[in-house]
Design a protein around this ligand. Structure first.
Ligand SMILES: [Zn+2]
Length: 148
């Protein structure tokens, strides 16, 4: 990182902390030649995630859509929205870490279910019943059995 004052390209990091919104890292640097201090920010590259729907159409990954489903599934379950946000961020993070930019809607649904299962079983069943579109009581019961 080049010093803005003297142009020397050697600096050391004197302080490093996450930004307030926690989506970037703020670094205080000090030029090793002239001692000038400056700040840099490191941010994850935002590659848009694309969802491939069952009918083959594409749409942009939309947190609010997943959140809507989660809020519906967790009604009266006393789960803070922050936990739901974490859940969604976890999914997004996993996909990005794997370098995935296109993902079938079904896969997103499964990722949500996997996480809900450990978070809250009632919410899991509610979400699964909408998402998996159970056709009869037997299917529903089979899902319940799988939880035990
Ligand atoms: Zn300098």
């Amino acid at each position: 990182m080049r010093c803005p004052k003297c142009g020397c390209d050697d600096s050391k990091v004197v302080d490093s902390r996450p930004s307030e919104s926690n989506d970037s890292i703020r670094r205080r640097r000090e030029c090793t030649r002239c001692g000038f201090r400056f700040t840099t920010y490191e941010r994850r590259e935002e590659i848009p995630l694309t969802i491939i729907k069952k009918d083959g159409t594409h749409e942009t990954f939309d947190r609010s859509k997943i959140m809507h489903g989660l809020v519906t599934a967790t009604v009266k379950r006393d789960i803070p929205v922050s936990r739901l946000n974490e859940l969604i961020e976890g999914i997004e993070g996993d996909l990005r870490d794997q370098g995935i930019s296109e993902v079938p809607a079904e896969e997103i649904g499964n990722m949500v279910l996997k996480r809900l299962r450990t978070l809250d079983k009632v919410a899991y069943i509610r979400f699964a019943s909408v998402y998996k579109d159970f056709h009869d009581v037997e299917e529903f019961n089979a899902e319940l059995k799988g939880l035990e």
